[in-house]
Ligand binder design. Structure first.
Ligand code: NAD
Ligand code: UFG
Length: 352
């Protein structure tokens, strides 16, 4: 039987220009969800991943959602020749570059790995794209490039800085993209600065399933709720925020995925380099997140207050006016949806 996703895709393919889109790091958390959004909008996705932080199981579940196979190339983004061959053979029109390492703490202890994977990986990709004459790129940047906020909400004109090698790798890549765009106006590039992506696809088949003990709040809370971890440590309750705990702009990963679709559409009409925040514009504290997750799951999330985590800031949330205006895109899913979908995925992940 044809599933709903397949029918949606067939409908969209007829009604709009269909692109072949390469997703580097497409087997990962955000790449997987973006693949769903692209497919449903009628595009063909090709995944390119070295599976250093993912596995083929996630792609199998992605194929289950789509009701169709996904062309997958196993490779490292530093393999320029393989990338170039892939771009040509798969007739790729645009690339979304998710591939990279993303753990802030690990980047401090393994800086060279981070610069090699992230910066060298991006350079290799740009060389391959240049050689294949494929010049449309969406890049996964991060709100971490804003450093300690000088003002809130953070707009795209906010000064940038980095406090760790991960953040610096993102900044370096943004600078390279800026130089490239200045040197050759035929590139169409969007740098998307993600705030805090959370939650999962409604099917609960794909979601965030980090190896080992999670670094980030939401997967940690989910693992406490499901009984895999005993309790959460709240890193500091003496920040200058309404309840003293850190405030972040959590965005549903499907909203984020749709932001990529909007950016691709924008790039079909606009050349040059464009930078956008992808957030909701609304901040929630750690305590608010715990409460929302408890309500969504019906499970208690025991916690204790611990000292502040090194490098953390008090509050961080986006101004989304520019993205809304330019991309005609806004996050629509609320905190309840983020927690409920995250919880459904966590329960499913326990059983796999
Ligand atoms: P993820 O680790 O789930 O996915 C990244 C994917 O890239 C993985 O499948 C991994 O195997 C692959 N990969 C890593 N290095 C590679 C290489 N050298 N060659 C080929 N494949 C490689 O991470 P994610 O959460 O989906 O993040 C995607 C992107 O978004 C990353 O660039 C990350 O820095 C950025 N980002 C993530 C967040 C977040 O909170 N998740 C926030 C801001 C920015
Ligand atoms: N927190 C806890 N306990 C935990 C984990 C987190 O109290 O066990 C708190 C943090 O102190 C912070 C908030 O929960 O106040 C969110 O922390 P996360 O680690 O989930 O997210 P961050 O905002 O610190 O960083 C994340 C990614 C970065 C990215 C940034 C902005 O890890 O890579 O979002 O997109 F750059």
């Amino acid at each position: 039987m044809l599933n709903q996703s397949f029918l949606k895709q067939a409908f969209h393919a007829l009604s709009q220009h269909k692109m072949n889109v390469l997703l580097t790091g497409g087997a990962g958390y955000i790449g997987n969800h973006t693949a769903v959004a692209l497919f449903e909008a009628g595009h063909r996705v090709v995944v390119y991943d070295n599976f250093s932080n993912s596995d083929r199981g996630a792609l199998k579940r992605l194929e289950q959602i789509l009701g169709a196979p996904v062309t997958t190339i196993e490779g490292d983004v530093r393999d320029t020749a393989l990338l170039q061959r892939t771009l040509t053979e798969q007739q790729i029109n645009a690339v979304i570059h998710f591939a990279g390492l993303k753990a802030v703490g690990e980047s401090v202890s393994k800086p060279v790995d981070y610069y090699a994977n992230n910066v060298q990986g991006a350079i290799s990709l740009l060389q391959a794209m240049q050689a294949a004459q494929c010049k449309t790129l969406v890049f996964s940047s991060s709100a971490t490039v804003y450093g300690d906020p000088k003002y809130l909400p953070i707009d795209e004109a906010h000064p940038t800085s980095a406090t760790n090698p991960y953040g610096r790798s993102k900044l370096h890549i943004e600078e390279i993209l800026s130089d490239l765009s200045a040197s050759d106006p035929s590139w169409h590039i969007a740098a998307l600065r993600y705030f805090n992506p959370v939650g999962a696809h409604a099917s609960a088949l794909i979601g965030e399933n980090p190896n080992g003990i999670p670094n980030n709040l939401m997967p940690f809370i989910a693992q406490v709720a499901v009984g895999k971890l005993p309790q959460l440590k709240v890193f500091g309750n003496d920040y200058d925020t309404p309840d003293g705990t850190g405030v972040r702009d959590y965005i549903h990963v499907m909203d984020l995925a749709e932001g990529h679709l909007a950016a691709l559409k924008f790039l079909t009409q606009q050349g040059g380099l464009h930078t956008f925040n992808l957030g909701t514009g609304r901040g929630y504290s750690v305590l608010e997140m715990i409460k929302a997750f408890e309500a969504a799951s019906g499970k208690p999330v025991p916690f204790s207050v611990a000292p502040r985590r090194a490098g953390d800031i008090a509050s961080c949330y986006a101004s989304v006016d520019f993205s809304a205006k330019q991309l005609n895109w806004r996050a629509t899913r609320d905190l309840k949806d983020m927690c409920e979908s995250g919880w459904r995925f966590q329960q499913q992940a326990q059983q796999v």
